[in-house]
Design a protein around this ligand. Structure first.
Ligand SMILES: Cc1ncc(COP(=O)(O)O)c(C=O)c1O
Length: 453
């Protein structure tokens, strides 16, 4: 497969082999969430955004496994580095609790392990004076640990603040601060003390135009909730405010500068730790290492995962508890292979100028979409390669996902009537032209014929 020339090629989707694999998988798998019946054949050719499925269909994948494969498939920018090592077994070696070395000294080591990954994460978070990292398995754990360290730092604070429309993970703790679809949270017990305030998703929102209710009266709901006079909660009792700088599952919602400034001002004023969830938007996806870098906020804790291949809770040393054994992970935190992939991804972003590439290719994609999109597209938005197209109805959105797939383009829904596009960070001009071209064809094909809900 030559990434510079290959094009999507679909015979039948899902084909007979995909159906068989889906059935086999479903025999023992918990009836889990399928976004589509795409079954990647790991034994066949794949490169960057192009992938072959078990029926031999060649697809263009603009989902990057919801951001967990930031450079797509078999990307040489990572593989060539991994290949250099005559690796010991790529085992799920004990992580944070029993870390490892590679050779006599860290300086001479050619294998970046979990300690090196943490060093790199601190480097890319130096604008926020962060110097300490805790590694874990997943995004949910990266957030759980952010909540825990904030509670320690602000003890005996008993409240946390989350935003409407948020998604932070599937553990009971993270579900308690997840305020998007109730299918995630319904009937599970919640940790107590979580307050929810509106999230201003209007990119131009300010106190004069706000219609989500965040800006109300003299200030914001966040400010009035904590006001010394007439507020409901003593700010000293708040352990954290947790925020996705750009909401992911909730619909790729990009807040306004004014909203972010207000969140920054209120958290600063009362010294409340601002925890930012960079699990989907971080590690270069938006054209900056952290989505927070676009906004006037100063995070106190960053939670990252997905593109890193491990979970990471990053902060300043004074926020982390110093008591030994207060945090831990027996075998998950920063396994050898995951840590190397994470470190190589950060290296590749720097080495190949992928932040600039994400910005340029993102602009190319939004321009094409804005020029070519018909009327039933309500909004085209994005930062870098975190892109979203919103439709007038959920049915129209679902129909476009299906039409795209039939033409060989993988996309993902989010929110209620939005499609998110996450091409690899090193996408070329040709790949963006190709993918957006197919996407616009799919929109045209759906046209006004899809049932409006
Ligand atoms: C913003 C955000 N936070 C947290 C999570 C949870 O991460 P994980 O699935 O690794 O637990 C996700 C996953 O999609 C996410 O998008």
């Amino acid at each position: 497969m030559d990434r510079d020339t290959v094009e999507p090629d679909v015979t039948a989707f899902p084909g007979p082999n995909a159906r068989e694999w889906v059935e086999f998988h479903g025999t023992n798998a918990a009836p889990s969430e399928y976004s589509h019946e795409f079954v990647w054949d790991v034994t066949r050719e794949a490169d960057g955004p192009f992938v072959t499925d078990v029926d031999g269909n060649v697809l263009l994948d603009f989902t990057c496994h919801i951001g967990a494969a930031p450079l797509g498939y078999n990307n040489e920018k990572i593989l060539e580095k991994l290949r250099e090592f005559d690796l010991v077994e790529p085992m799920k070696i004990a992580g944070q609790d029993m870390y490892y070395g590679a050779g006599p000294s860290p300086e001479e080591s050619s294998i970046p392990g979990s300690s090196h990954l943490m060093e790199k994460l601190v480097e890319v978070s130096s604008q926020y004076d962060m110097d300490t990292v805790f590694l874990s398995n997943s995004g949910a754990e990266a957030i759980e640990n952010a909540m825990k360290i904030s509670h320690d730092y602000r003890a005996p604070a008993k409240y946390g603040v989350a935003f409407a429309g948020s998604f932070h993970g599937r553990t009971l703790g993270t579900l308690s601060i997840t305020k998007s679809k109730d299918v995630y949270t319904r009937r599970y017990p919640e940790i107590s003390g979580i307050e929810t305030v509106p999230f201003c998703a209007d990119r131009g929102c300010d106190p004069g135009t706000c219609d989500c209710g965040f800006f109300a009266g003299e200030g914001s709901q966040l400010r009035s909730m904590l006001a010394p006079e007439g507020g409901r909660i003593d700010p000293d009792e708040i352990a954290f405010v947790v925020l996705e700088p750009i909401q992911g599952v909730g619909g790729y919602r990009f807040p306004s500068e004014t909203f972010m400034q207000e969140v920054a001002d209120v958290t600063d004023e009362y010294d409340i730790p601002l925890v930012v969830d960079e699990i989907q938007a971080g590690i270069g996806r938006t054209g900056e290492i952290w989505a927070s870098d676009h906004y006037p906020i100063e995070p106190d804790v960053i939670s990252a995962a997905k593109a890193l291949r491990v979970g990471a809770t990053i902060s300043r040393s004074e926020i982390f508890p110093s008591e030994k054994n207060r945090l831990g992970s027996t075998f998950g935190g920063g396994d050898l292979l995951g840590s190397m992939q994470g470190a190589f991804t950060l290296e590749a972003i720097e080495e190949y100028d992928l932040l600039d590439n994400a910005t340029d290719r993102g602009e190319q994609a939004t321009e094409l979409l804005r020029d070519d999109a018909p009327d039933h597209v309500v909004d085209v938005r994005g930062k870098g390669l975190m892109l979203a197209v919103e439709f007038d109805t959920p049915d129209r959105r679902d129909a476009v996902v299906k039409e795209s797939l039939e033409r060989g383009l993988l996309t993902l829904g989010c929110g209620t009537k939005t499609i998110r596009l996450l091409p690899p960070l090193d996408s070329s001009e040709r790949e963006i032209d190709l993918g957006i071209g197919i996407f616009c064809e799919a929109i045209e094909a759906v046209g006004p014929s899809a049932k409006a809900a």
